[in-house]
Design a protein. Structure first.
Lengths: 278, 410
């Protein structure tokens, strides 16, 4: 059944369950005779309601870890448990099913289907879930789009939307299957500061409602919006800290020099207000 | 069930998104199917027209000639012997269960005279069974009666070439009935005018004839005791071979042909002729079908080509679909469905176009064209088959993609 995480108990309920549990994960790529160690034994837990920023330079192994956590890849060694399911032993098809039901993805380059409306883009994950009827699919997609402030842009094609709007459509798509965790891979990488703050604002608001988020970024500013920061280097986790002086994206946005608000931004501000009230 | 509808939905959306590409891909199949339908229509049509022409020579006809005579080592050719009799002709339907009709024929080339004009034509003498065997009908008057045959009545039916030469081209055929015509100076009463049969396959004018009762021609004109040939008709086309065997048996018996000795008569059937013609038209049909199949094949390769390009172009899309939970076989089904939808609609349009082209050819060139349900089904099913066959490899390639690599594909 569709039980939305929106409204679930936020941080500090005292008995938050473990969403991700990783033990001794190694990933070795064989290139001919040469073995490349992408991950050299990672142990990590993510509990429900956390907002984790994963940092590291390229080649640090953070992308490899994200692929494994996102059930797109399998570790060479070690165990990975997602929402109580042992992923390490899952087949290709089982992984697809887990991605479909439990995970939401947000990519740097949005990855929206071209010439396909925002609504149809958001509906996409539900098309691969045989249990969801077309009416429910439509309802959930509308709800997800409304929650990111795009209720008025549902019929628009991606090329009729700004970068920030496109990324919000992508976030709505990640939300629509009611996932246990959202993985965002450099979601602000292609966006300017203002739009980045808007997107981070959405992530923070979703997190406040109890949605667990793992975000990969190489920008320290962006990491400051998370609750926890882990840093990778050469396939090892070298740092794992709670974020001090956590920034609020809405405040940062307000602090930016004002520009003329577009219709859409008004709509988003409205949506944010209602979300806060709810 | 729900997932099937979703796959169909996804495929249709993807096809609609690239409408021009979809239509261009479809064009290959449309042309392929259209040419299969049109070619099969032309092939079947010409085959049927040849068959009906052959049948028009006489239904299931068997012809019995006397064998050649040889005098002092000099062979005189077929049909010169004088050993076939009316009794032989009469015996055939009695003793050959496969051959219900037979008619003796005597033939005379005579000068005929009527309406102040004269003409040289062939006068056939035969019985009333001659008409159904040769598939002859009258357009005016009627055929003579068995009684007129027995009494050697001086009546005759005339072909329209004779009419044209004696009375002119636009003469009213009905007014000829009852008129007199002199055949080698013997006056005959015309009782009927034969329907136009045209040339036969060898260019012989089948309307340049006069048909009179057998005994009239045999006794009054020719004064002979034998018959020139016997025409017989098997009950059906499949019984022609059995019938000619039965005739060989009964005539050998009647002519006291010893075993191992060549009989003194020759049997020829229409089967040889129609076999020859239908094998020619079969070769033609197969040839046309091969040409059409090649265009269908090219259409199929077109589908594969476009699908492969499309999959490369849509690698990121495939990666995304996999990331949000599409399993490999669902991706395979999606692309296969796209190929099948293309060939399905291409097939429908192609059948329409093929029928259209066939109709244009029919009206413009007056070719006999027969569009059969089978040819439409064959064209349609082969289009679907081509779609599945050539769609499978690209679809499988898509389904094997690794989602990580596909998502990063530039």
């Amino acid at each position: 059944m569709h039980t939305n995480k929106l409204g679930a108990s936020p941080l500090g309920s005292g008995q938050a369950k473990t969403v991700i549990s990783v033990k001794g994960i190694e990933k070795i790529y064989s290139m001919g005779d040469v073995k490349v160690y992408a991950l050299r034994g990672i142990d990590m837990d993510v509990t429900e309601g956390e907002f984790v920023a994963v940092m590291g330079t390229s080649g640090s192994g953070k992308s490899t870890l994200m692929n494994i956590l996102g059930c797109l890849d399998q570790p060479t060694k070690g165990t990975y448990t997602l929402d109580g399911l042992n992923i390490s032993a899952a087949s290709r098809n089982e992984l697809a099913e887990i991605r479909n039901k439990k995970i939401g993805f947000v990519f740097q380059s949005f990855n929206l289907l071209s010439r396909t409306s925002a609504l149809e883009n958001v509906e996409l994950p539900l098309l691969y879930n045989r249990k969801i009827e077309s009416t429910e699919r439509r309802e959930r997609a509308v709800k997800a789009l409304t929650s990111v402030g795009l209720a008025s842009r549902m019929k628009n094609m991606p090329n009729q939307l700004s970068g920030g709007q496109q990324q919000r459509v992508a976030i709505a798509r990640a939300l629509v299957n009611d996932p246990v965790i959202i993985f965002a891979d450099e979601p602000t990488g292609n966006l300017d500061s203002r739009t980045s703050f808007e997107v981070m604002d959405i992530f923070q608001k979703l997190n406040e409602k109890g949605i667990t988020i793992v975000l990969v970024t190489h920008e320290p500013d962006i990491a400051q919006f998370a609750t926890r920061k882990v840093v990778f280097k050469d396939g090892r986790m070298i740092d794992d800290v709670q974020v001090k002086d956590r920034k609020n994206a809405a405040k940062e946005l307000a602090a930016l020099p004002p520009i003329d608000q577009t219709e859409d931004e008004k709509a988003m501000t409205e949506a944010n207000k209602t979300n806060v009230e709810a | 069930m729900g997932i099937i509808i979703n796959i169909l939905r996804i495929s249709l959306l993807a096809l609609r998104k690239n409408l021009l590409r979809t239509l261009l891909t479809m064009l290959g199949i449309i042309i392929g199917v259209a040419s299969v339908v049109a070619m099969m229509g032309i092939g079947t049509g010409s085959k049927q027209s040849i068959e009906s022409q052959v049948n028009n020579l006489g239904t299931n006809m068997i012809i019995i000639f006397p064998a050649s005579t040889s005098y002092g080592g000099v062979a005189s050719g077929a049909g010169t012997n004088q050993n076939l009799t009316v009794e032989d002709a009469a015996a055939i339907p009695l003793y050959c269960p496969s051959v219900p009709l037979s008619a003796p024929i005597v033939r005379s080339t005579s000068q005929v005279l009527a309406n102040g004009q004269n003409w040289r034509t062939t006068v056939y003498g035969s019985t009333t069974d001659y008409f159904p065997i040769k598939n002859l009908h009258t357009v005016a008057g009627d055929i003579f009666t068995p009684q007129e045959n027995k009494s050697a009545a001086k009546v005759c039916l005339i072909g329209q070439t004779v009419v044209k030469n004696l009375w002119g081209a636009n003469y009213d055929l009905n007014s000829i009935i009852g008129q007199s015509i002199r055949i080698t100076n013997i006056p005959f009463v015309i009782v009927g005018v034969l329907e136009i049969k045209g040339q036969n396959s060898f260019g012989q004018d089948q309307d340049d004839v006069i048909v009179a009762p057998f005994y009239t021609v045999q006794r009054r004109i020719l004064s002979i005791t034998w018959v020139n040939q016997i025409l017989a008709s098997a009950a059906s086309a499949t019984l022609v071979t059995a019938g000619s065997d039965e005739i060989t048996d009964i005539l050998s018996q009647r002519h006291k042909v010893l075993p191992g000795v060549a009989p003194d008569f020759t049997i020829r059937t229409q089967a040889d002729l129609s076999n020859a013609f239908s094998s020619i038209s079969n070769v033609m049909s197969v040839l046309l079908l091969i040409i059409a199949s090649i265009s269908l094949l090219v259409g199929g390769i077109g589908i594969m080509n476009i699908m492969l390009v499309s999959i490369t172009e849509r690698t990121r899309e495939i990666g995304l679909r996999m990331a949000v939970g599409a399993k490999g076989n669902i991706i395979l089904l999606q692309f296969l469905t796209e190929a099948v939808v293309i060939s399905f609609f291409g097939g429908i349009i192609g059948v329409g176009l093929g029928i259209g082209v066939a109709m244009i050819v029919k009206n413009a060139m007056h070719w006999p064209i027969v569009i059969s349900v089978e040819s439409i089904l064959i064209a349609f099913l082969s289009a679907a088959g081509v779609g599945i066959f050539f769609g499978f490899y690209p679809a499988r390639k898509a389904s094997m993609l690794n989602p990580i690599d596909a998502l990063r594909f530039e």
